[in-house]
Design a protein around this ligand. Structure first.
Ligand SMILES: Cc1ncc(COP(=O)(O)O)c(C=O)c1O
Length: 383
């Protein structure tokens, strides 16, 4: 019996590299430093809060906008960290992960024929959303070795059709950050336009060496045109809970919620309440950067004799390595070889460029137990 034929919405899309590399890791019994998820314990207090809210009966739908208590705590955290107030009633929505927030933000705005400037290498969910809406992604490349933005090139790509910019800081996969000057430049270039910014800030609490996270919300005119997206999964080591958020000015949030309510209606209720209570103590999220900086430094120390060349990481829990001194294989091939022959699964950087540009670089996730990092470094240093 034949199944119905229909036109694919994403004809070029293949299974995501994260699923592919997880399967490769399993097949070769390799250490999995590919997908970005921690392999260590979640704070027991947070776990017991979830179970307590479940036992107390908070098992039905959360409000469409998200649990008010969580929106209030989040609002307070933005005042504390950035001196910027988002109204919990009208300007904050809790989502099922940043993924859903990003999808809804893009869907809220993009119409067929619109151009969206996307900073590449780019996390892989931006382009498909734009494509499904009939929009056109206009990639701009961050280039090795320091992956800084070329603002002249950005300006040259802006046209009357540009309706949106999607960027991410701290940046996955390069671990670069947009600094104060970058944000001023983005503000200046978008000033006087109707361009909407989607600012993916899921690693807002993972930034190193005393740097300050330059959120769009710190720049009044940028804040006024931005959907600011975050993820509790990254901050509290609970990526599997899929809880994120979107912050935006009142009028933009009204439109965002029209999409959000039709996509999921509401996110997971007991976990929202648990995170709200846990976040009330800012000590529970203000030290995440220190925690990951120690991991980064420890991993770098273990890797100091490796022929893989580390690209300085300023934020996120990823570390890029340039392997050009070791091989001229394409990075797709190199990561397969690495998993099979060396026993470490990683992600090829080319996956994040729409033209599969090959910088001979791989991304390693160091959000792992010290023991996992030690085993991985021992294998990698033997190459
Ligand atoms: C840059 C970036 N944005 C968004 C996400 C998705 O976040 P969530 O798991 O909350 O959907 C990730 C997850 O890896 C990410 O790295």
């Amino acid at each position: 019996m034949n199944t119905p034929k229909f036109k694919s919405k994403l004809p070029k899309a293949a299974t995501t590299i994260f699923t592919v590399m997880n399967q490769v890791a399993q097949k070769y019994n390799a250490l999995n430093l590919a997908q970005g998820f921690p392999d260590f314990e979640v704070a027991p207090k947070l776990i017991s809060l979830v179970s307590s809210y479940m036992q107390r009966g908070f098992n039905q739908y959360a409000p469409m906008q998200g649990a008010l208590r969580l929106r209030e705590v989040l609002s307070n955290s933005f005042v504390l960290n950035h001196n910027k107030f988002y109204d919990p009633i009208t300007e904050i929505t809790i989502t099922s992960g940043a993924t859903q927030a990003i999808y809804c933000a893009i869907t809220t705005v993009v119409q067929p024929g619109d151009e969206v400037i996307v900073v590449e290498p780019a996390f892989d969910i931006y382009h498909p959303a734009i494509e499904m809406l009939g929009g056109k992604s206009i990639p701009i490349k961050l280039k090795a070795p320091n992956y800084k933005m070329d603002w002249q090139e950005f300006e040259d790509l802006m046209t009357e059709k540009t309706k949106m910019v999607v960027f991410n800081t701290p940046h996955n996969p390069t671990s670069a950050i947009f600094d104060y000057q970058d944000m001023l430049k983005l503000q200046e270039l978008t000033n006087g336009t109707d361009i909407v910014v989607v600012s993916d800030e899921v690693y807002e609490h993972i930034i190193f060496d005393g740097e300050q996270h330059q959120s769009v919300c710190r720049f009044a005119e940028l804040a006024n045109r931005s959907f600011l997206i975050g993820s509790f999964g990254k901050t509290f080591h609970v990526t599997g809970w899929k809880i994120g958020f979107c912050l935006a000015p009142d009028s933009m949030m009204k439109e965002f919620r029209k999409i959000h309510q039709n996509v999921v209606f509401a996110g997971n209720h007991p976990m929202q309440l648990a995170i709200a209570e846990y976040m009330e103590d800012s000590e529970n999220y203000l030290h995440v950067s220190e925690f990951y900086q120690q991991k980064r430094d420890y991993f770098m120390q273990l890797m100091k004799n490796s022929k893989l060349k580390a690209i300085p990481a300023h934020g996120t829990y990823f570390q890029l390595f340039d392997y050009s001194a070791l091989s001229d294989m394409h990075d797709m091939e190199f990561t397969h070889w690495l998993a099979k022959e060396v026993g470490v699964a990683t992600i090829p950087l080319s996956y994040f460029y729409s033209d599969n540009f090959d910088n001979k670089s791989i991304r390693i996730c160091f959000a792992k137990n010290d023991n996992t990092l030690e085993q991985a470094a021992e294998k990698l240093c033997k190459i």
